[in-house]
Design a protein around this ligand. Sequence first.
Ligand SMILES: NC(=O)c1ccc[n+]([C@@H]2O[C@H](COP(=O)([O-])OP(=O)(O)OC[C@H]3O[C@@H](n4cnc5c(N)ncnc54)[C@H](OP(=O)(O)O)[C@@H]3O)[C@@H](O)[C@H]2O)c1
Length: 507
Amino acid sequence: MGLFNSDRGEFPREKPFQYMIPTTPILELGTILVTGASGYVGGRLVPILLDRGYKVRIMVRTPSACLAEKWPGVSCSAGDALHPKSLEKPLQGVYAAYYLIHSLALGPGQFDEADIRAALNFREAAAKAGVKRIIYLGGLGDLTPGLSDHLSSRIKVAQTLREGTVPVTVLRAAVIIGSGSASYEIIHSLVTRLRILPLPPSADQLCQPISIRDVLKYLIGVLETPETAGKSFDIGGSDVLTYRTMLKELAHLLNRKILMFGFPLNYIRPYAYIASLVTPVPAPIIRSLMEGLRNNVICRDVQIRTVIPVKPIGYREALIRAMDREEQDMVRTRWADAYPPAHELAMKLSEMPNLPRFTAEYSLKTKLSSAALFQSVCRIGGKEGWFQTNWMWRLRGFLDRMIGGVGIQRGRRSTTTLNIGDVIDFWRVEALVPDHRVLLRAEMLLPGRAWLEFNIDDLESHRILRIKAWFHTHSFFGKLYWYVLVPFHGIVFRDLIRGIEKAVGKT
Ligand SMILES: NC(=O)c1ccc[n+]([C@@H]2O[C@H](COP(=O)([O-])OP(=O)(O)OC[C@H]3O[C@@H](n4cnc5c(N)ncnc54)[C@H](OP(=O)(O)O)[C@@H]3O)[C@@H](O)[C@H]2O)c1
């Protein structure tokens, strides 16, 4: 049962999201460009613009067939904001461009310089292309000493964009709460996985979180309100709370008793590292976000509410909505879609000049249908796990996370469906042919490149289900790694293939 109907409170039946946006589409604007469309916010914005009838173009570093399939009608253009020349084509004939580019995933010490350079290139290219408006979603805060690198980079990006000739609308938000957002998943995991929670002194700073649905309403609202061009607005939910209260509120909602106590160590690195071991979000992102705890992030004014009459929801309601989306398996985008950064640029198995030398293959013969087997393959990982030898997968993931890798706890966006580009624990879906093939590319730290392939061959009287592990390396350590793992492959993959067969029909 969804949380909406539980004793936590019932929301009234709502009209479709589309009709909750208080402004009216202006279709004669022409082409709208969405950058960062593979990211958390951009991925949610595109379908709403399409539903409202806009002609939408997306700019991604590596266009893939799956994006075109996901959003029919969208034109997809390759562009990297760090390479000015590549921006010419995506910006051609564009009326307004959403600037949702962020390099946070590069980690502390690297994202700030990249973000400024990207903004500078973009503003120049937009001016040259005759773009009429840029809409940028950034962060709250003021450039004062002590402001975290993450927040100051968001503000410097706004300044850089505004120094150009194209009018920029800046929306400044604190933490975004929504299913699949990094902040929500960190808070949720801390509360559900820990019983004792030491908090840094900065946990008592104030924050004004906003739900993703309200962010989207404002993003669309400013596009459809021409007088917002060239202006900056703070956007926030209806509550101002400390981070400690945010954790407590969720614990209360979930009926979890947690001992929270202040710990007098204000050095964020150890907290971020420990948090990364128990949450799906890797340490570099947690660190950058936690450094933001040092500052109060609340709206300076609520002028936006008169310009775009949205009544933002509160923190509790945003949490309930996020949990409900998760329960209903309706999470549209996740922070992991854009992590590790530039994962789309990774070498594909089909692009390898020679197929990897190291392989291991296991198969079984079964009477089950291809469709049923494929559905079962599509459920592996995440909460479902990897069947009998789950502990081995978890141990591998834990070791990966310990050394700074993505780890197994990234989980997956949906428990039942898969798309190309989706994350499954420390894998990412590289290729997918319904009822026949799923190819996963490893994103854990490895002394080489690895893939895991599932194939279903339909042979009239029966089906053959195959698992093939591929490993490419030239290094001594790579070869050593492969040979050390060979005996474990036998156990793990045989169990997995039997587990997939057994899981057919189970929900
Ligand atoms: N999420 C939040 O909680 C939150 C809160 C407040 C404000 N915001 C703001 O909202 C905006 C969007 O955030 P988000 O959470 O959606 O970010 P995100 O999920 O991390 O996505 C970032 C996007 O930027 C793209 N990108 C990075 N470097 C690029 C480059 N050189 N050229 C072209 N594209 C590049 C990435 O594409 P690839 O897939 O190619 O890497 C990805 O699509 C940011 O400005 C952020 O500060 C977010």
